[in-house]
Design a protein around this ligand. Structure first.
Ligand code: M6R
Length: 634
């Protein structure tokens, strides 16, 4: 939520900050702004509502000169997304400017107090109290003033502050919101995420909670909140700038969908060596694993769906019972976890506030904690006892695709590792599964190649849906204008069973987040307990029906939908003849794969359907409205 970027060095800063913010735009795009030092008495700044391109337009007309600057892209929490609430925020004399990611919980009391002492507030944000506090405590040393101001603040923050009286200096600090320093040559950077630093450097320092950073062109100093120096060695990041660019694809989402076979191959090659599963970074001992009596998975959104698939995998391979919870429910219900429990937190970003709070709750209750996450050095990876990185590379599109299949791959590997280690998975099955896993990337590739071949057909189908969707709505309203008051009758239903039920949830989530069309994922067996009432000739019903022990049951569900005029799109195993007898609206075939591994392949058509429909509807695929890539607020 919100992205911040800072630069200090020998170059003009404005465009570097804009470029950095563009890499962070996935974190929020309600407004953006930049503040710059240029030797004048006051800080110069521009900020505006909407995406970064709006800010760029303004800066084209009124460029800002200066070599030290901070910038911000916002996902609104306190105050509507307008120009005034956009960051940076400045003190009464425009000598100090602040950008902030996080939430200041006690801002209301602080605001009342600061107002009494003459602070003039211009926005409705919680952030503005920070700049007035820093101004209040400023006695000629910005670092000391920031440190003092932080003592008054309760909440979460990653902040960057500049002051017109201290040229070339940026002071930053973090508590529970991510912040990374990029080390350059005679220039230094700050960002919410490493992807924004890849254009400039691969040497970074992950700022820890409670640290205060002072950057100049040639130095980075780190202290704790009491001012004691902290020694940290920069680490080298493996991600490359090419990974963080679209590389000829129209959207990051489709690029990331197409990266999946390659990522899976890389994960398997790294983790499976001489038929052994290797997790070098795990940090959990064999004795600790042996004591696990129950596994609890916590996660949000797509990662939660991966966790649901994980339940099927881990229970089957280890015989250990597995519970899955959304992090927000887990953390607020006094969860009964403790010794003997392994709590696995799954997260792409490793920063999601609810999941992080879940890990802390589990640790407090003495459970063993492990995070499966994508971002190296993220807060979860540092706070959980153990970590397994998913190595999906930077995921830029807000709608998660490759992170999901990388999470699934990691869960399969973890299941194999534990099953082998606990001797709950027979050797023969272990080897057969490893062998088949290595074939999955080529199965995924086949689905993607088929899509490429039929792309026009998919687009035509999406166009047809669009036409029907709107025609149907019109017909519906014309027949009974009163109905306009009710919710529209166009939607998607995703049905799955067993290990593909979570994929149905994931397919529905993908569609609704990027096309805003109502979509629901359901276990097919539950259809007749309610959702069947929705079926007429209108909704698209996506049925996950690859070969499995419940295939026949799925066919019965499809018949029930057809009998009510529903438009069925089944996802089936290639060579399935039965399905065509039911005359589906459109059939998608996937290669033959064993049921337990099928989610890795079956999810691809669902990601592609969501992409095609959103494209047909002309939506902003990579940055859907109201969403942010990582949700670092509760
Ligand atoms: O970074 P995380 O994996 O913890 O994020 C969890 C969810 O916010 C995320 O999966 C979200 O649901 C995505 N937009 C789904 O596409």
């Amino acid at each position: 939520m919100c992205g911040i970027f800072g630069y200090t060095g020998g170059k003009q800063a404005q465009n570097l900050v804009i470029q950095g913010l563009k890499h962070l735009e996935y974190r929020g795009y309600d407004s953006s702004g930049v503040a710059i030092q240029n030797g004048a008495k006051a800080i110069h700044f521009e900020k505006t509502q909407g995406k970064i391109r709006n800010l760029e337009e303004i800066l084209k007309k009124h460029p800002l000169q200066g070599k030290t600057a901070i910038g911000h892209t916002r996902w609104a929490t306190h105050g509507t997304p307008n120009d005034l609430n956009a960051h940076p925020h400045l003190d009464n004399h425009s000598q100090i400017a602040v950008v902030h990611n996080g939430i200041i919980e006690n801002y209301f009391d602080l605001k009342q107090n600061l107002k009494k002492h003459g602070a003039r507030f211009r926005s409705e944000t919680d952030t503005e109290v920070i700049v007035h506090l820093v101004a209040k405590y400023y006695k000629g040393n910005l670092e000391n003033a920031v440190r003092r101001a932080l003592k008054d603040i309760r909440g979460t923050y990653a902040i960057a502050v500049i002051c017109s009286k201290e040229p070339g200096k940026i002071v930053a600090a973090r508590l529970d919101s991510p912040l990374v320093v990029g080390i350059g040559r005679e220039e230094n950077f700050l960002a919410s995420d490493v992807s924004a630093l890849l254009d400039h450097t691969d040497r970074v320092i992950y700022v820890e909670n409670g640290e205060v950073i002072t950057l100049s062109d040639r130095a980075v100093s780190i202290t704790d909140l009491s001012g004691k120096p902290v020694k940290r060695v920069p680490v080298k990041i493996q991600w490359t700038i090419t990974q963080a660019k679209k590389g000829g694809y129209p959207h990051f989402m489709i690029k990331e969908i197409f990266e999946q076979p390659e990522i899976l191959t890389a994960i398997l090659r790294e983790r499976i060596q001489k038929s052994k599963i290797i997790f070098e970074e795990l940090k959990i001992s064999a004795a600790e694993l042996k004591s696990v009596k129950r596994i609890v998975i916590i996660a949000c959104g797509t990662a939660y769906h991966a966790g649901l698939v994980g339940k099927y995998i881990l229970e089957e391979f280890t015989n250990i019972p597995v519970w899955v919870d959304t992090s927000s429910e887990f953390r607020y219900r006094d969860p009964k976890v403790g010794k003997g429990d392994l709590v696995i937190a799954i997260s792409q970003s490793g920063e999601t506030a609810d999941t992080l709070a879940g890990i802390r709750e589990a640790k407090m209750k003495k459970a063993l904690t492990l995070t499966i996450c994508n971002v190296l050095g993220s807060t979860m990876s540092r706070e959980a006892k153990g970590v397994i990185y998913t190595h999906a590379g930077p995921e830029i599109a807000v709608a998660s695709t490759k992170a999901y299949t990388a999470q699934l791959a990691t869960l399969y590997l973890l299941g194999l590792y534990l099953g082998n280690f606990l001797k709950t998975l027979p050797e023969k099955r272990f080897h057969a599964l490893v062998k088949e896993l290595f074939r999955v990337p080529s199965m995924m590739q086949k689905v993607l190649d088929q899509y490429k071949k039929e792309e026009k057909d998919w687009a035509a189908k999406a166009h047809d849906f669009n036409k029907r969707y709107h025609a149907q709505l019109e017909k519906y309203y014309k027949a009974d204008p009163e109905k306009r008051k009710r919710s529209p009758n166009g939607f998607f239903l995703y049905l799955g069973r067993g290990i593909n039920y979570p994929n149905a949830l994931e397919g529905a989530l993908k569609l609704k987040e990027i096309s805003y069309i109502p979509a629901e994922g359901y276990p097919a067996g539950e259809m007749k307990h309610g959702p069947i009432a929705l079926i007429d000739e209108n909704p698209w019903v996506i049925c996950l029906a690859p070969q499995s022990k419940t295939y026949e049951k799925m066919i019965s569900n499809i018949q029930e939908i057809k009998a009510r005029g529903g438009m069925v799109i089944p996802v089936v195993t290639e060579g399935d003849k039965e399905i065509y007898k039911l005359k589906p609206f459109y059939t998608i075939e996937i290669p033959k794969v064993s049921e337990i591994l099928s989610p890795l392949v079956a999810v691809l058509p669902l990601q592609l359907i969501a992409y095609c429909v959103a494209k047909e509807f002309g939506e902003d695929i990579d940055q859907p409205r109201n969403l942010a890539k990582s949700v670092t607020v509760e």
